[in-house]
Ligand binder design. Structure first.
Ligand SMILES: [Zn+2]
Length: 474
């Protein structure tokens, strides 16, 4: 009897603890959204709604007390200008965000993980920022780019003359664009997602950012290359969005940097991943299905660009070809990077591995995911924190990428121009000078234009200053 009474007495104070408590408030500010995270003592339900004049977002939490320092939250770089709080209906909490711009709010709860307990997440997406707009299927975008180029060429050719073929040979040499090769660097995880956590508390998102920044400096410090950071701070970006940003930035190559964990402390060493063929194949079906679902978007943009009536089989074949070519490049670059990594770290696997990572699924951008090491291995965790090891990893990654592009430079790149310039010009070759035209060069060497074009595999008619032509014997 007395034991039962004691149990009842114990239950009374417990009932008082049932009320929720906001223990901490954290903000992650990204260019296209802000993420506000409420660390809660227990699961919570929230009511989130917007108000105008002035623009505000209201977050109501039932039966919740505030134990966090709201004034201490750094709001810089976000759309939130001020956070106010108040008591609502006696025991509820009302949090009001004063906003500087229109936002699209979204909220959800997260279960406890290694690092955090119960959380309420409120995402404020910024409408109109490119990254949050409805994505265009990459094949659609590729076809559009081709059509735009073709239309431009047609317009240029049509505007100048009555007889298209000779006028084309008269087209003056264009300056070489000498563009940079763009390397998209994706530091894995970020913001609310710490990635893997090492035995002494090292967070994957932090060490991969260190390595990514070092890689960025190496890329930007090399003539003919330019780096684009997929995330440029401590915030999370969705996986699909990471490849979308790379595509918007016209990346020639995409590299995702990680340092993951295994459920035992033993595994160690670096590995390099490309997309698996099986992944690529199922992705084909996935893109096609998605493009069907977006038919309204595609059809509505511009009648002349509509792909609605294009043969779906052709689209499928095109996507397969593109993905296969891209995958071959990925595997070739991966091999170079793996060789170099072998010089600075033990290799976990001696071949480029293949798996269906979502971040590797760009159909036309060669992509690699690099596991720099196992953060779950205590020795490797220590090494990943060592700045000279970080630099060694970054240099190995860059050297592998650089080797590939020196041997296979994209035609319009500075590297391609330099390679052509380095070729010795003997009697059978001619380097194009400013003002040259194909017909003039052909006449000077006593060769028909058609033969000159054929010998140099010129399908188009654009020639570039510095380009070296082979002069066939007539
Ligand atoms: Zn990771």
């Amino acid at each position: 009897m007395s034991r039962l009474l004691a149990a009842f007495l114990l239950l009374i104070p417990l009932a008082g603890l049932q009320a929720g408590e906001v223990e901490n408030l954290r903000l992650w500010a990204a260019p296209d959204h802000a993420r506000l995270v409420f660390d809660m003592a227990s699961p919570v339900e929230a009511d989130v709604f917007g108000l105008d004049n002035p623009r505000r977002l209201v977050i109501d939490l039932e039966d919740t007390r505030l134990a966090a320092d709201v004034a201490g939250v750094d709001l810089s770089g976000s759309a939130i200008s001020r956070i106010r709080t108040g008591v609502r209906d006696g025991d509820g909490l009302r949090v009001v965000l004063e906003l500087e711009r229109e936002v699209a709010p979204r909220h959800f709860t997260l279960e406890p993980n290694d690092q955090y307990g119960h959380r309420l997440v409120v995402d404020l997406e910024y409408p109109g920022e490119s990254a949050v707009e409805d994505p265009i299927d990459p094949i659609e975008a590729m076809l559009r780019e081709q059509e735009i180029v073709a239309n431009r060429a047609r317009a240029e050719a049509g505007g100048t003359t009555v007889e298209p073929e000779p006028s084309v040979a008269l087209q003056q040499a264009q300056p070489h664009p000498k563009r940079d090769i763009i390397v998209a660097i994706d530091a894995g995880h970020g913001g609310e997602d710490p990635g893997a956590i090492g035995p002494s508390g090292t967070r994957e998102k932090d060490v991969v950012m260190e390595i990514a920044r070092r890689l960025q400096r190496l890329v930007d410090g090399t003539e003919g290359f330019r780096a684009v950071m997929i995330r440029d701070g401590d915030y999370y970006i969705g996986l699909r969005q990471r490849t979308r940003i790379a595509r918007e930035q016209k990346a020639d190559f995409f590299v995702s940097i990680h340092a993951d964990a295994f459920n035992s402390p033993r595994p160690n060493g670096s590995s390099v991943y490309a997309l698996s063929q099986r992944g690529a194949t199922s992705e084909t079906a996935q893109w096609l299905a998605a493009s069907e679902n977006r038919a309204d978007l595609i059809g509505g943009v511009d009648g002349s660009l509509s792909l609605k009536d294009k043969d779906e089989v052709l689209r499928g074949v095109l996507l397969d070809l593109t993905m296969t070519a891209t995958l071959n490049d990925s595997l070739s670059i991966g091999g170079q990077v793996l060789d170099r990594l072998g010089g600075v770290n033990r290799l976990h696997k001696s071949r480029v591995e293949q798996a269906g990572f979502v971040v590797l699924k760009s159909p036309d951008i060669p992509s690699l995911l690099i596991e720099t090491g196992f953060i779950s291995n205590p020795d490797e965790e220590r090494r990943l924190l060592d700045t000279s090891h970080q630099q060694g990893l970054a240099r190995a990654i860059f050297t592998g990428i650089e080797e590939h592009f020196r041997h296979n430079p994209p035609p319009a790149s500075l590297l391609a121009w330099q390679r052509d310039n380095d070729r010795r010009t003997d009697g059978n070759e001619y380097r194009i000078q400013p003002g040259d035209t194909l017909s003039e060069i052909a006449a000077r060497h006593g060769v028909p234009v058609a033969q000159l074009k054929q010998a140099n595999e010129l399908n188009g008619d654009v020639i570039r200053v510095g380009q070296v032509l082979r002069i066939p014997r007539s």
